[in-house]
Design a protein around this ligand. Structure first.
Ligand SMILES: NC(=O)c1ccc[n+]([C@@H]2O[C@H](COP(=O)([O-])OP(=O)(O)OC[C@H]3O[C@@H](n4cnc5c(N)ncnc54)[C@H](OP(=O)(O)O)[C@@H]3O)[C@@H](O)[C@H]2O)c1
Length: 281
């Protein structure tokens, strides 16, 4: 069976994912709030829909790759998908049970499926898909995950507990801590009259080194803020992490500090810049 896909959201991640869905030979219907951003996918063979409802009509799998859970609720409400369609919710939307509840009220077969990886892996089809969903929906959705990812890590048979999104928040707590710390270490070096490269060379190749540190520090030193993962989304994720932890009874000081730092950078006008702009806060 060839799976027809409706992709709602063609931002940094959705654009790359859409290309790889097409490259895998799956019929693709796309919608994006700002239609121009979806047009390259239409040029590559996708059907460009005028609204979310037109996009999901006739699709086997509806993929949401929007900014946050509020956008997802709003767009899925407008899409009004049909009972029985599979909904792969790939936005990083935290652990709000409202999304599986919405799926239940619409009669959709819900798969909680956030991704690990950024712009380049999205463009090259090398994301890691974290997924929770019933075994009987996996055959339908797996061709989509295979198109966008290098692997799928199925973590639970029941999507209602958002097990994949829970894992995603843990992974992103690490990503955000490392990125905020990279920005601070470079800022500290400069403030103390230390060559930031001396810091990078000192940890380079040792147990404290990290490819991510080298990548983000290189971007900071080049003052290259081209977004792979925007500062606004980093602030949003930091706040989701802190809220989920608080609800679970855990206080996170590093994540709270990182979230505040990304929020400050976003409010200073760097929301659309890469999260390496944590340095600028
Ligand atoms: N970039 C990464 O490295 C990365 C990695 C893993 C997961 N994620 C997560 O994946 C999701 C998408 O990330 P991204 O980097 O692709 O973000 P992005 O480039 O900022 O794209 C956001 C998407 O949401 C849409 N949107 C924003 N506000 C909306 C609204 N009010 N109503 C309807 N649509 C709205 C945007 O439409 P417009 O084009 O009209 O603005 C765009 O399609 C986020 O949850 C992010 O946290 C990102």
């Amino acid at each position: 069976m060839t799976v027809t896909v409706a992709l709602l959201g063609t931002g940094i991640m959705g654009a790359g994912m859409g290309r790889n869905i097409l490259a895998a030979g799956l019929p693709l219907r796309v919608w994006n709030r700002t239609a121009e951003k979806a047009r390259p996918l239409a040029d590559a063979g996708a059907v460009l829909a005028a609204d979310p409802a037109e996009a999901v009509a006739g699709a086997d799998v509806v993929v949401t790759m929007l900014g946050d859970g509020h956008h997802v609720r709003d767009v899925m409400g407008r899409a009004a998908p049909s009972a029985g369609q599979v909904w792969a919710q790939m936005t990083t939307a935290g652990v709000d049970p409202g999304l599986p509840e919405l799926a239940g009220s619409l009669g959709l077969r819900f798969v909680d499926a956030p991704v690990v990886g950024t712009r380049a892996p999205a463009e090259s089809g090398q994301l890691l898909v974290l997924a929770a969903g019933a075994p009987e929906v996996r055959d339908t959705v797996q061709p989509v995950f295979d198109a966008v990812g290098r692997a799928t890590r199925w973590v639970a048979d029941d999507a209602s507990g958002l097990a994949a999104s829970r894992l995603k928040l843990v992974v992103n707590s690490w990503v955000l801590a490392v990125t905020a710390a990279a920005g601070e270490a470079v800022a500290l070096a400069e403030a103390l009259g230390v060559d930031p490269q001396a810091f990078l060379d000192t940890v380079g190749g040792g147990p404290l080194d990290l490819p991510y540190l080298q990548t983000k520090a290189a971007a900071i030193l080049a003052r290259d803020w081209t977004p792979s993962f925007s500062t606004a989304n980093a602030a949003k994720d930091g706040e989701l992490i802190v809220a989920a932890a608080a609800e679970a009874g855990v206080r996170l000081d590093v994540a709270a500090g990182a979230a505040a730092r990304f929020r400050r950078a976003a409010e200073a006008g760097h929301g659309d810049d890469d999260m390496a702009a944590a340095y600028l806060a």
